[in-house]
Design a protein around this ligand. Structure first.
Ligand code: IMP
Length: 176
């Protein structure tokens, strides 16, 4: 197993600034309302924790677990619910907080699943988006950074379970 660190693609200070911008936009759009923020495990917990602390509104947190990848770097297209929410969403203003939208199949599954629970509103916020890899129709309401098709790690994102603890978003240059 290599100990080489991934090359920096998006440094920590750029992520921090983007999170502040997203939080300001969300707080403005939802002013006067209470939000239910949904953290999509595992990948989005780092982004989620940083983002919600910058949103200056009453907010409750929910966690949902989805898995589509195993140890590969391409989506299997098969989405599995590994952990469900603990509260109903009926009548709530829900924002899904995701780390990355690649093929979009995970998000499409999640949006359909949550819509069926009858929230008052449902929006999607993703830190990263790979527009060229998208395989379905999807509305993304808040997007941090757009990427090419490269596989990225760090800031909650993993490759085979590793690199979630990197403070930046990086690219794997060699097979690890
Ligand atoms: P999608 O269903 O193809 O959009 O993939 C969504 C999930 O795949 C994300 O929530 C991530 O967990 C994972 N994923 C997609 N692209 C990457 C990447 O570049 N690095 C790490 N994980 C990724």
């Amino acid at each position: 197993m290599s100990h080489e660190l991934p090359k920096v693609l998006i440094p920590e200070n750029k992520i921090k600034q983007k999170i502040q911008d997203l939080a300001t936009e969300i707080a403005f759009d939802y002013r006067g309302k209470e939000i239910t923020a949904i953290c999509v495990l595992k990948g989005s917990y780092v982004f989620f924790a940083d983002l919600i602390r910058k949103i200056d509104l009453p907010l409750s947190c929910e966690f949902i677990g989805l898995s589509s990848y195993g140890d590969k770097t391409e989506s299997s297209g098969e989405v599995k619910l590994t952990l469900d929410l603990t509260e109903p969403l009926q009548g709530r203003h829900v924002i899904i907080i995701e780390d990355i939208v690649d093929s979009g199949l995970t998000m499409q599954y999640l949006v359909n699943n949550l819509k069926a629970r009858k929230p008052a509103t449902l929006k999607v916020c993703t830190l990263l988006h790979k527009p060229d890899a998208l395989q379905c129709e999807l509305q993304l309401d808040y997007v941090g950074f757009k990427l090419g098709r490269e596989f990225v790690v760090g800031y909650g994102l993993d490759y085979a379970g590793r690199f979630r603890n990197l403070p930046y978003i990086g690219i794997l240059e060699h097979e690890h």
